[in-house]
Design a protein around this ligand. Sequence first.
Ligand code: PNS
Length: 173
Amino acid sequence: MKTAIYPGSFDPLTNGHIDIIKRGIKLFDKIIVAILVNPAKQSLFSVDERIDILTECLKDIQGVEIDSFGGLLVDYAQQKNAHAILRGMRAVSDFEYEFQMALMNRRLNREIQTVFLMTGLRWIYTSSSIIKEAAYFGGDISGMVPPLVEKRIAEKFGNPSGNRKSNQPEGDF
Ligand code: PNS
């Protein structure tokens, strides 16, 4: 049984994350999507809200489990009998951070390999933070996040009817 941990903040889940999970599950028997519990970082959604969102949005992907973790990622991976950490890599700007994290994790536990998938071209310029910022100022984020996330963000920002729609074809930049 090949298990990978797909760790992250997922604040919120984006279509870029879902793309990585759908492609990752072709490489692993099981992917545990693990939300980092980080009280030091201010988040839009609580861990419980994120678990609910991920559970709903990923329910149709066989082999995916949702969980949260605190402390060192490699310790959590070992506890879950996972031998791989799955990460998506976007533009070059991600490289340094990801490289540093992968090497630190390798130093902490050499039995756990970090596997990178290149983010789909459509999602190269998206991130949870930039999507939140666009939505906060009333920008259209449809097509970048699942409809449930779009709805939950609109509710958080006091705009339950959703944001202004852009004239872009879905997912186009
Ligand atoms: O979605 P993010 O915020 O880029 O995810 C970062 C995450 C959760 C993968 C990273 O912060 C992490 O693994 N934190 C756990 C603490 C840890 O193990 N740190 C040492 C390795 S750098």
